[in-house]
Design a protein around this ligand. Structure first.
Ligand code: MRU
Length: 366
């Protein structure tokens, strides 16, 4: 997507793969700065500290981190250790494991002298494929929007509600939940987006709003608590979110607060979709509530907030009484019966194992 007049991906290789460039998402929407990663340790830190975030981008960053590890020391021992450190950088987004599982076995079978070239090829392929996959799932999502509009012939505008940031910054490009929004807008569809601010890290207010504004898409940032009220008053036509891990049975784990939106959508007959690349499906599990590890992040993300002051200086302030404890579970699970459909690169499926396997039959025995 474009920033100013220049097209950017959220991550790219520089210096023939000796460096990896990322957009520092901790500074948006206030500053647009590029950071360079030069070691797997720096990739671990970028994932852990949310310089990069969003399940597909976390996977792509892990693949680049493993590539950087092959430059530092291509031995089996070092690469296995680097992969282990990358794997635990964030626990919920399964794309991290997916990317490492795809790369590590192939690297370990290559000659040590070839490992960097092999890793660079694989990391670049993972990034390029992510772009193509998200573009394709965006086309399928746009079909969903068009079908919803057909049921509302009098409607002048499609009102979409989204939670967290599942736009191009959360992937390598296009995004998941936002891909059909970008595509619909580009094709002349009249779309307005309700953007959940998404406390505590404010990915909606900071990142989704920034992306939509840059693309000229009408949007309104709302407090996380406002969605249910808007749905009760017919101001939301469809909810669409991304996912960090979806079970083979269709339970959708996503940013904390997603479940409450799904409940409100269900109560008000508003369709609720999750858009995700198949690398986000964890084919090894069925019960999202029991089997998905939910990341617990520092309470300071709840008690403190960062913004700019009147002199445009980045400032962090405390919101709570000093000493009040805070809990910060980062994700929740929306059970499949609240999900109207799962939008993937192979098409739209209902949220059930049978339907997902019809799209991905190769996983029947995984
Ligand atoms: O904690 P984050 O910002 O990494 O969480 C991101 C989300 O929950 C996104 O909605 C999800 O990864 C889908 S992104 C395409």
């Amino acid at each position: 997507m474009k920033v100013g007049n220049k097209h950017y991906r959220s991550i790219w290789l520089e210096d023939e793969g000796h460096k990896v460039a990322v957009i520092d998402q901790t500074l948006l929407p206030f500053r647009f700065e590029i950071r360079q990663l030069t070691s797997s340790d720096e990739a671990v830190a970028a994932i852990r500290d949310m310089v990069v975030r969003g399940a597909p981008l976390i996977g792509a960053t892990a693949s680049c981190g493993l590539m950087l590890a092959t430059l530092q020391d291509p031995s089996d021992t070092y690469l296995k250790q680097a992969a282990e450190q990358l794997l635990v950088a964030r626990p919920t987004a399964v794309n991290l494991r997916w990317a490492l599982d795809r790369m590590l076995p192939e690297l370990l079978t290559a000659n040590e002298s070839d490992r960097f070239a092999t890793a660079r090829h694989l990391a670049q392929s993972i990034c390029d494929e992510d772009v193509h996959i998200n573009s394709t799932l965006g086309d399928h999502g746009l079909g969903v929007f068009q079908d919803i509009l057909k049921t509302r012939p009098d409607s002048q505008v499609l009102n979409v509600l989204t939670h967290c940031n599942a736009g191009w910054l959360a992937t390598v490009d296009w995004g998941t939940a936002l891909a059909p929004i970008f595509k619909g807008h580009d094709q002349g569809m009249n779309i307005h987006v309700w953007v959940d601010e998404t406390r505590p890290r404010n990915q909606g207010a900071s990142l989704t709003a920034w992306e939509l504004q840059a693309h000229g898409i009408p949007h309104t940032v709302i407090a996380d608590n406002a969605g249910g009220h808007l749905m009760q008053h017919q101001q939301v036509d469809v909810c669409i979110v991304g996912s960090d891990r979806t079970t083979r049975s269709g339970d959708v784990c996503n940013k904390i607060g997603t479940y409450l939106k799904a409940l409100a959508a269900h109560d008000n007959g508003v369709p609720f979709y999750a858009a995700l690349p198949s690398s986000t499906i964890d084919w090894t599990i069925r019960d999202g509530l029991v089997e998905i590890p939910i990341e617990s992040r520092p309470g300071t993300e709840v008690t403190h907030i960062t913004g700019v002051d009147r002199d445009d200086q980045l400032t962090r302030v405390r919101l709570t009484p000093e000493g009040s404890p805070a809990a910060n579970p980062a994700f929740d699970v929306t059970p499949r019966h609240y999900v109207s459909g799962i939008i993937t690169e192979r098409g739209v499926s209902s949220a059930s194992e049978k339907a997902l396997l019809e799209l991905y039959p190769e996983h029947a025995d995984s």
